[in-house]
Write a protein that binds this ligand. Structure first.
Ligand SMILES: Nc1ncnc2c1ncn2[C@@H]1O[C@H](COP(=O)(O)OP(=O)(O)O)[C@@H](O)[C@H]1O
Ligand SMILES: [Mg+2]
Length: 156
């Protein structure tokens, strides 16, 4: 990521899961016929539990490539990924794809940019978040409501 900025930056111990998300020196490069595209080039940031982080940057600065990288959605592409992504003390860049699939939708999720294709227009956003939570957690809708409001992750 060249122009996008993620704040605040702070030093922290390597494996202590104090942060919910700890991205360290993340690099995501794409070999192309025109050369290597350094879409994300040494990005580090942390997000503490219960906090919200906005990443801003001009179009093409690497926001989407970063988000897809955290979710493991470059798997199976020619993306070259290095650095570390720690989610609650678990490192994701080196994790097996099957483990990332378990975490996706339970501990991490992404609402894609185009709301008409990523969200169903007939259901509330809350209902759709609850639906995703219930796919990973065998609970009633009533039980899922407070859990999703509290930002609780599932067990997997
Ligand atoms: N699969 C890919 N192959 C080559 N370049 C890519 C690929 N995906 C994204 N890029 C490039 O990476 C850069 C960052 O893109 P992106 O993360 O979509 O930007 P943003 O979301 O900040 O607008 C852009 O230059 C884009 O063209
Ligand atoms: Mg984008």
């Amino acid at each position: 990521m060249t122009a996008a900025a993620a704040m605040p930056l702070q030093a922290s111990s390597p494996r202590a899961p104090r942060e919910l998300l700890d991205v360290r020196d993340l690099r995501i490069h794409f070999p192309t016929d025109d050369g290597l595209v350094n879409a994300v080039d040494g990005l580090s940031f942390q997000v503490d539990r219960g906090h919200t982080l906005g990443i801003v940057g001009e179009s093409g600065s690497g926001k989407s490539v970063t988000s897809l990288g955290i979710l493991g959605l470059h798997e199976g592409t020619n993306a070259l990924i290095s650095g570390e992504i720690w989610l609650e003390g678990e490192e994701l860049v080196s994790a097996m794809p099957a483990r990332i699939r378990q975490l996706r939708g339970s501990k991490m999720a992404m609402i894609f940019q185009d709301p008409l294709s990523s969200m169903h227009p007939y259901y509330t956003v809350g209902d759709q978040i609850i639906e995703a939570y219930r796919i990973h957690n065998d609970v009633s809708k009533t039980a899922a409501i407070p859990a999703t409001r509290a930002g609780k992750a599932g067990d997997s």
